[in-house]
Ligand binder design. Structure first.
Ligand code: F3S
Length: 754
């Protein structure tokens, strides 16, 4: 599993030169975030200063990480790039497909048999293409990345929104869609709008019951779930330095909950300690040589208001433990206010479950502090009033806390230890009685608490708090218990109080593990066979999309004119469809089934122009495809907003849709359409949307002279024979037009032309 010290040294070797050049171009001191961004430009040495929140910039990330749900389609696509190995160090982690039910061993055995074909596929592709593979049970992607791969000043992307966790080790780590990961794995650049910067100055010091988690719960309360959009959050100040590295990871992890591009901290002693404890003294030695480049220039933190787009200040000495929720992570309630808030809002105060762990809070510090609360309860003879569960973030953490008696402490309270995997955090929780949909409260130390996320019950009120607070609330069985002021009754009816938690930042005896669950790839994978059963319903090898035939598209049928909001969820729904993420044909049966047909205001009911009958959108698309007829989709504003899911572009491409013509696009979806070799077009005149009729046939009149900046002309032939000729704008550059011609960006890479 060796981290790539040579790669890290290479990054550091050019850092000074690139950052110094950037400082000269920008003409002022630089923040840490800017240093990392400018030292990871695709063009290598910076040649211009970028405008935050405006310029789109090509970057060269150092690493890629994928989790099992998103890796399937990413790797199926990568297989088409025609590369022998991935271009940058990459890892795959099996963590999302394991359900929590009875406990670690039985749950893992069941998951392995249920998803064996997916795990075997991911394992063999990883083996073949030089990708590090973390087996089911090894742990959760972000915890493993922090323990093994993250490094100060680095840049990585990952196909999961909580990739941002690695900011705890001073990285810029960003969650992306599979298509972006495929680009970087294939040796292409990765594009990002140069982010805005939010500075968070932490003064004072955490104490008593307050934990790093409370910092981000407070920040979420201030900024709300959208407040970080398009921005990097950079934390600094004496409060940041006094905090553990893993605590920093927790804060960065939940940056995803405020919509931030990512979050990060400057290199400091806590990172040195963590790197050394996780067997990476080499990284410390290398980082120390460029330490001044791994934090902001001194002037920045001295006068932060001059250098950040927004500044927040939090005094840790005064910060109270927070309990955020229900249903949204930005609804913050300080523990002292919970009694009145819960009563005023009718939240069930009886806590049914306390859950800790996940990628957010699985550190040794988290576990030992939570265990110190359990230890007190046991010593005082208090029986816990709620059930308690743990999802350790990695086998290394689980093994170490078992060795040190921490698991034994939890077990004294009847705690269930689930597999080292996401489990309840991603709804992979077969919770007894959840199907009754009763109103109830759970508390957890995860990051997200949207309705239904943990157990599928829309009436479960999930509250997010620190692991030590989860322990206290689960023991008391009450959401409105305030351990700072309230007493509990023990089994003899005596009043007892819990002392503030105590714990170790790092294990005194060091981390340990017998089998971390890592599979190194073959040194030469050329003879490794990737096996996908042709009868599999979950996996399907991809066929390259056909190149453009060089002629105008004619006779295309209107598949659907979507009305109003059409997000990636409307185009490619999640939920039960997740199991088909690796099977393009099967998942295409959800294509646009959530979109509203503008002609009848219904979902998933469109006219098949060949028969005159109404049918489901995928069925009609398949009928056109079978008849050799192209189809087009028309849409409204901000079409394709939401996630960066590439399935929303691949499915229409697979079912024969050649163009998507809308009033405006969400940018990532527009790029995804281009990558899949489709035409993503916008009405030059928005009002033309109203001219599109249900029985329209579309002819492109000048596709043969497709060129950057030149609108395309489309002829819509209506049922009565009348015609409307409209202009469609596009944003294709020369390179992207080549993607269209080749049939997809990957086809071009495979042909060695990109
Ligand atoms: Fe998994 Fe939940 Fe983290 S789904 S990756 S543990 S946010």
């Amino acid at each position: 599993m060796a981290f790539d010290i040579e790669m890290i040294e290479k990054v550091y070797a050019t850092m000074a030169e690139r950052v110094d050049k950037a400082r000269e171009l920008v003409g002022r001191p630089l923040t840490l975030s800017e240093k990392i961004l400018y030292s990871h430009l695709w063009e290598k040495t910076p040649s211009q200063a970028f405008t935050r929140g405006k310029d789109y910039v090509d970057f060269a990330p150092d690493r890629v990480a994928c989790q099992d749900a998103t890796a399937q389609m990413a790797l199926l696509q990568f297989m088409h790039a025609g590369k022998k190995t991935v271009a940058v160090p990459t890892t795959v982690h099996c963590d999302h497909l394991i359900q929590a039910k009875v406990g670690a061993d039985a749950d893992l055995t069941r998951a392995k048999s249920q998803s064996s074909e997916v795990f075997d596929f991911l394992s063999s592709v990883s083996n073949k293409y030089g990708i590090g593979f973390w087996k089911p049970g090894s742990g959760i992607i972000h915890q493993i990345v922090l323990e093994n791969y993250a490094f100060p000043g680095g840049m990585m992307i990952g196909t999961d929104s909580h990739t941002v966790n690695a900011g705890g080790l001073g990285m810029l780590a960003i969650g992306v869609g599979g298509a972006d990961a495929v680009d970087v794995m294939s040796g292409m650049s990765w594009e990002l709008k140069f982010p805005k910067l939010i500075g968070v100055k932490l003064t004072g010091k955490l104490n008593g019951w307050t934990a790093p988690k409370d910092v981000i719960l407070k920040v979420a309360d201030i900024l709300t779930v959208k407040g970080g959009t398009g921005a990097i959050v950079e934390y600094f100040g004496e409060g940041a330095e006094s905090m553990s590295c893993t605590g920093k990871g927790t804060i960065c992890n939940m940056g995803a909950e405020i919509g931030a591009t990512t979050s990060t901290f400057g290199y400091d002693d806590s990172m040195r300690r963590y790197l050394a404890a996780t067997d990476r003294q080499d990284v410390v030695n290398a980082a120390d040589k460029v330490a001044e480049y791994l934090t902001a220039d001194k002037e920045v933190y001295a006068n932060p208001e001059q250098y950040f787009d927004q500044l927040i200040e939090i005094n840790l000495s005064e910060l109270e433990p927070h309990i955020n929720g229900p249903f949204t992570p930005d609804r913050g309630t300080p523990v002292s206010k919970m009694k009145e808030e819960a009563a005023a809002n009718g939240w069930p105060v009886k806590v049914e479950w306390g859950l800790i762990g996940s990628c957010t809070n699985s550190s040794y510090e988290d576990m030992s502090r939570a265990a110190s609360i359990v230890e007190q309860a046991v010593a005082h003879g208090i029986s816990p009033k709620a059930e308690f569960g743990i999802n350790p973030g990695s086998e290394q953490i689980r093994y170490t806390i078992e060795r040190d008696g921490i698991i034994a402490t939890f077990e004294k309270m009847g705690t269930k230890v689930f597999t080292n995997a996401c489990g309840p955090c991603i709804g992979q929780w077969d919770r007894e009685g959840a199907d009754k949909e009763e109103k109830n409260t759970i508390v957890h130390s995860f990051n997200r608490n949207f309705s239904k996320r943990a157990d599928g019950n829309p009436n479960t009120h999930a509250f997010v708090t620190s692991p030590e607070m989860v322990a206290a609330l689960a023991i008391s069985g009450r959401l409105d218990f305030n351990p700072l002021t309230d007493a509990l009754l023990n089994d003899k009816g005596e009043e007892v109080r819990l002392n503030p938690p105590k714990g170790d930042e790092l294990p005194n005896k060091g981390f340990d593990v017998e089998d971390a669950g890592f599979q190194a790839p073959a040194a030469d994978g050329s003879s490794v066979e990737v096996v996908v059963s042709p009868t599999s319903e979950r996996l399907q090898l991809l066929e390259p999309f056909k190149p453009w035939n060089g002629e105008n598209i004619t006779g295309a049928k209107l598949l659907i004119k979507a009305f109003g909001k059409c997000t990636t969820d409307h185009i490619s729904m999640a939920g039960p469809w997740l199991r088909f993420r690796g099977h393009l044909d099967n998942i295409s049966n959800n294509m646009l089934i959530g979109a509203v047909n503008a002609f009848n205001q219904q979902t998933n009911k469109v006219k098949n122009q060949l028969t005159g009958d109404y049918d489901a959108v995928p069925a009609v698309a398949r009928a056109y495809k079978a008849a050799g007829v192209d189809s087009i989709v028309v849409g409204d504003h901000n079409y394709g907003e939401g996630s960066s899911r590439e399935h929303a572009a691949m499915e229409p491409r697979f079912l024969g849709v050649t163009a998507v013509l809308v009033k405006s696009f969400a940018r990532i979806h527009e790029t995804n359409l281009k990558k899949q070799g489709m035409l993503g077009l916008t009405f030059a005149n928005e009002a033309d949307y109203d001219r599109i009729q249900e029985d329209d046939t579309v002819n492109f009149l000048d596709l043969t002279s497709f060129a950057p900046g030149k609108p395309l002309t489309l002829e819509f032939v209506h049922a009565d024979g009348s015609k409307d000729v409209i202009l469609a704008n596009h944003t294709y550059n020369e390179g992207q037009i080549e993607w269209f011609k080749a049939g997809s960006a990957l086809n071009l890479i495979a042909a060695g032309k990109a």
